[in-house]
Design a protein around this ligand. Structure first.
Ligand SMILES: Cc1cc2nc3c(=O)[nH]c(=O)nc-3n(C[C@H](O)[C@H](O)[C@H](O)COP(=O)(O)O)c2cc1C
Length: 296
């Protein structure tokens, strides 16, 4: 399976929560185990491993697409084990997919501004497992979720460990969330660094309110939010599906901005399930706004 090693940089283009890039590939002659590095899990903000498994699923899909584009017959066999979700193995022919390595490279999350406008019905209808809601209907819920997120000392500490707000950060190009990825201006990045450094004191003075306040306008426009609904605890296949949907959208000129805090917070997850008429809130696996990005 050595031929896969040189494709790794493209496998690594897969999305992951906080850009932790948690995946590992352990090679033998005939297969490669897909696993994860526990030091790259998010035990505080992702205690059930939902986002971890979604990210691993997205990674598997990415590997299959990139291998297929290189003409390699590689398939995936789920086989959950300790720190492992399954195996990539040699197959008779390449994985069948409409996507290419160029598509994988072109995709990216976008947290900047979006043009107003909803997804065409035929595009939304093609996204299996996805439900959609109007952005504005979720503006208050997002504010509540952000207040909870930034008000939680442990969640904020974990997020902070993955922020790369200055180019001088030694892992700026390696992983985590950079100022550029977060669409922050230089001044905003500086202000965020300063406020997070003073977090314990500022928390008492209402920092969470200030940080969450900025998010209120985020959904106050005419746009769409997509919610992936599936089975709680079984997120690897849905992660593969999510990756395919993101590639479909990206190919049509749309980008996505995940808003996991809406389902990380029990109260807002329950409200969201109520809005969708979904009986079990734990089956909401992923949330993102989607649209045509304005140039940054
Ligand atoms: C399961 C999952 C959850 C995510 N949750 C969030 C989120 O809540 N907020 C956010 O801004 N980005 C979120 N992201 C996007 C990642 O931060 C992003 O994929 C990563 O930084 C890599 O950047 P790229 O997608 O532009 O390649 C999530 C991604 C995945 C796969």
């Amino acid at each position: 399976m050595n031929e896969l090693r040189e494709l790794e940089p493209d496998f690594w283009r897969a999305p992951s929560a906080h850009n932790t890039r948690p995946w590992t590939l352990t090679y033998s002659d005939t297969e490669a185990a897909v696993g994860w590095d526990p030091a790259r899990a998010l035990p505080v903000s992702d205690p059930t491993g939902r986002d971890l498994r979604l990210s691993l699923g997205a990674f598997v899909e990415c590997c299959l697409i990139v291998c297929a584009d290189a003409g390699l017959g590689i398939a995936f066999r789920p086989d959950p084990g300790p720190l492992r979700v399954g195996f990539l193995y040699r197959a008779g022919r390449p994985y069948e997919t409409p996507f290419t390595t160029a598509d994988v490279r072109a995709r990216g999350a976008n947290r900047g501004d979006y043009h107003p406008g909803r997804l065409p019905d035929e595009v939304a209808a093609g996204l299996a497992g996805m439900r959609r809601l109007a952005c504005r209907d979720l503006a208050d819920l997002l504010h509540a979720a952000d207040l909870r997120q930034f008000g939680d000392r442990q969640v904020t500490r974990e997020l902070r460990a993955w922020l790369r707000l200055t180019r001088r950060h030694r892992r700026y190009l390696l992983d985590g969330l950079s100022d550029r990825a977060l669409a922050l201006s230089k001044a905003e990045a500086l202000a965020l660094r300063a406020s997070l450094a003073l977090y314990p004191a500022l928390r008492r003075l209402g920092l969470p309110r200030v940080l969450a306040g900025a998010s209120r306008e985020l959904l106050d426009y005419d746009g769409d939010v997509l919610v992936l609904v599936g089975t709680a605890g079984e997120e690897v296949e849905p992660g593969r599906l999510l990756m395919r949907h993101w590639l479909t959208l990206s190919g049509l000129g749309y980008t996505t901005h995940p808003l996991s805090q809406l389902i990380d917070c029990e109260r807002t997850r329950a409200s969201l399930a109520g809005l969708l008429g979904v009986a079990d809130p734990r089956t909401l696996l992923h949330v993102a706004r989607v649209g045509r990005p304005k140039p940054g």
